[in-house]
Design a protein around this ligand. Structure first.
Ligand code: ZN
Length: 667
């Protein structure tokens, strides 16, 4: 589970504050590329150079294991993605015509979008990309390709590119339609939603207190006789060539593990990749959760299920990281007081955890982003996702501070606050406290929010179905928002100003009510779970606080501004909604959850939407951002032994994507 806070950016060259760059006295350019609605940034990996050699080697092999999973995600996202990527890249690299022509420029933009989306759909809106080049252009280029580079099925790929109704949406969550039939992601083939639901209902044993996460690593289809079959991702099964390379690199990583505990984690993951047995995945998750002493850590596997319309199968992803020792003090304080926060939460005591187990939290430095975490990436993560493992063994929670720092550096001076915040004192408070309160929000959301609360006995963890992700994110955000204003944070020394939380409250409502709409096309609904969650919370407090004028939308010179008139009352409302959403989760009250989402989280006011888009247009800020990775290289002696691993921040977006396709294609 993870929050994506993507703040607006501008193309700026900013002097880097990291030590390696500062000593060279070079300008560090965080912005790498800009196209369509995307800005690509670069992040640095401060502290990598000073890791001991063994940890550098460990990180290196884990990054290789991360990059080898790329094709899995592409194929999970849509069954045509890999063939389409090959076609586009073959045309792009072999193109002999005018690279400044309108058709070629549009073709290049389309390819950049497809790379960014890990396929034909936008990573956030889930809509299929629209090509700006002509069918004639690409047909002529396909004709010029050598025979061994021509696609096997040109007609289908042309349909994928040019027919807007074909594979239109990666994930459909609109109630009413068959969610599988109307979603283009590749987790199901030839089966209906009703068939899949019946299949899992028959497999789920509601008396099992340690259930595996059914469907996490499978694609569902039918055999020749019409029976439902699960195709499992494992060595020898679906995606085997990619998984074999991942396993090979994990094996080398295991040889460089920091300690026996960490080695056992990696070995168990290898075992799981070989068997595909979800019981082993649970064993791995328990070992991984328990490995809290190692400096280096990683995620590698089928983790988050946002891209499965039924929320079961995990999209492949990997993040390799190491602990930021100084900044981790903050999260250690929070997790050290987890029980206090749980016991004082504004939630019916029946739904609280009597004992919060093992919430561990740290601030990390990402070394590589891969699969579903690349190029767009989360800034915080809390895993594992299995409910019973979280309840029994706790969870690990991280805030990725070198990523938030890159966002922050790239956002300074982009004009956003001047346009949308009409109160100079608030702009000042945001300048001073938004970075720290953003980080604290993420810490509280991940370490405490997702880890809090409990289900009543017998409640199905999937009871909230398609609304589960939105309501879970809302629960975690509300927990964070409620406690950001608590004097406990000052008492714990986490913040020094009792008004600092107001910067976060204001920004949250501004985003939820208005500015996040910049990512939605006119006429469309809000679809993505984190966006729905922010809209749900913001619209709910706006409505419930209306009688007391707690929050208001006010017009000035034709522009709409968010006004927060009573911060303590706003905090109270956040607490009230947290109590209600925790009740919905604890009782599995699907109807109440669906009613909240449908009333507050989905529909957009077209007039306000138009205004937000117009005001954004004057700022030329990209709505979405993502990252290129650094490049790691091994240094070897004459016998081939690795004597060092270096890190470089020189690779641009297109070269990185082409290199990944060249070196890490497996499927
Ligand atoms: Zn979350």
């Amino acid at each position: 589970m993870k929050p994506f806070f993507i703040r607006a950016a501008a193309a700026l060259t900013i002097a880097c504050t990291c030590s390696a760059m500062a000593t060279e006295k070079k300008e560090f350019n965080y912005v790498v590329d800009r196209f369509a609605d995307i800005e690509v940034l670069r992040y640095t990996v401060p502290g990598f150079e000073s890791l001991p050699l063994q940890q550098k080697k460990l990180v290196y092999y884990l990054t290789e294991a991360a990059l080898y999973g790329r094709d899995i995600l592409w194929d999970q996202n849509n069954k045509h993605n890999l063939a389409l990527r090959s076609l586009l890249e073959n045309i792009y690299t072999g193109y002999a015509g005018d690279r400044n022509s309108a058709d070629f420029k549009a073709f290049e933009t389309y390819l950049k979008q497809v790379w960014f989306g890990n396929g034909i759909h936008h990573h956030y809106s889930m809509d299929k990309f629209t090509p700006g080049f002509s069918r004639e252009f690409i047909t002529a280029e396909i004709a010029k390709l050598p025979a061994n580079k021509k696609p096997a099925d040109t007609e289908t790929l042309l349909k994928v590119i040019f027919d807007p109704s074909y594979m239109a949406k990666k994930v459909n969550q609109a109630e009413g339609a068959d969610l599988i039939a109307t979603s283009a992601s590749n987790f199901y083939e030839g089966v209906s939603q009703a068939e899949v639901e019946a299949y899992y209902a028959a497999r789920k044993d509601t008396t099992d207190t340690t259930p595996v996460m059914h469907g996490l690593n499978t694609r569902i289809t039918k055999d020749a006789a019409g029976n439902i079959v699960e195709q499992t991702y494992h060595v020898g099964g679906l995606y085997s060539p990619a998984i074999e390379k991942i396993v090979e690199m994990l094996g080398k990583a295991a040889e460089n593990a920091e300690n026996a505990k960490q080695r056992a984690v990696i070995d168990k993951l290898i075992e799981f990749y070989r068997s595909g047995d979800l019981k082993q995945f649970d064993e791995y998750s328990i070992l991984w959760t328990g490995d809290t002493d190692s400096r280096v850590d990683f995620i590698n596997g089928f983790i988050e299920s946002y891209d499965d319309p039924l929320g079961m199968t995990g999209s492949w992803e990997s993040i390799v990281n190491f602990k930021n020792l100084e900044a981790s003090h903050r999260t250690e304080v929070i997790s050290g007081n987890a029980q206090w926060f749980e016991s004082n939460s504004p939630v019916d005591p029946r739904f609280r955890k009597d004992e919060v187990k093992g919430v561990t939290a740290k601030v990390i430095t990402a070394a590589i982003l891969a699969g579903d975490s690349y190029p767009a990436t989360p800034i915080g993560i809390n895993l594992p996702n299995s409910n019973w493992i979280r309840a029994t063994h706790g969870s690990k929670s991280v805030t990725i501070e070198n990523i938030t720092q890159a966002y922050d550096e790239a956002s300074h001076g982009n004009g956003f606050n001047e346009e949308f915040v009409d109160d100079a004192a608030m702009r000042d408070l945001m300048d001073k406290y938004l970075f720290i309160t953003d980080n604290l929000h993420t810490d509280l959301h991940e370490c405490l929010g997702h880890a809090s609360g409990k289900l009543l006995p017998g409640v199905d963890p999937d009871a909230l179905k398609a609304h589960g992700s939105t309501l879970e994110e809302a629960r975690a955000d509300l927990f964070a928002l409620y406690y950001l204003a608590d004097p406990k944070l000052i008492e714990l020394g986490l913040i020094d100003n009792p008004d600092a939380y107001k910067a976060q409250y204001y920004k949250y409502l501004l985003n939820g009510l208005m500015t996040q709409l910049m990512r939605i096309e006119p006429g469309k609904d809000v679809e993505e779970a984190h966006m729905r969650n922010r809209k749900l919370i913001s619209e709910w407090v706006l409505e419930k606080g209306a009688a007391d004028n707690v929050v208001a939308l006010e017009k000035k010179d034709g522009k709409t501004y968010v006004k927060v008139n009573d911060y303590p009352a706003l905090r109270k409302l956040f607490g009230d909604l947290l109590g209600e959403i925790q009740r919905i989760k604890s009782e599995g009250d699907y109807d109440a959850g669906a009613a909240l989402v449908e009333k507050y989280a989905v529909k957009v006011d077209p007039t306000l939407h138009r205004e937000v888009l117009d005001r954004y247009a004057t700022l030329s800020i990209a709505p979405y951002r993502g990252f290129v990775n650094p490049v790691y290289k091994t240094v070897t002696d004459k016998d081939g032994n690795i004597t060092d691993v270096t890190v470089e921040y020189t690779e641009d977006y297109i070269p990185q994507m082409l290199r990944y396709s060249g070196n890490y294609s497996t499927l």
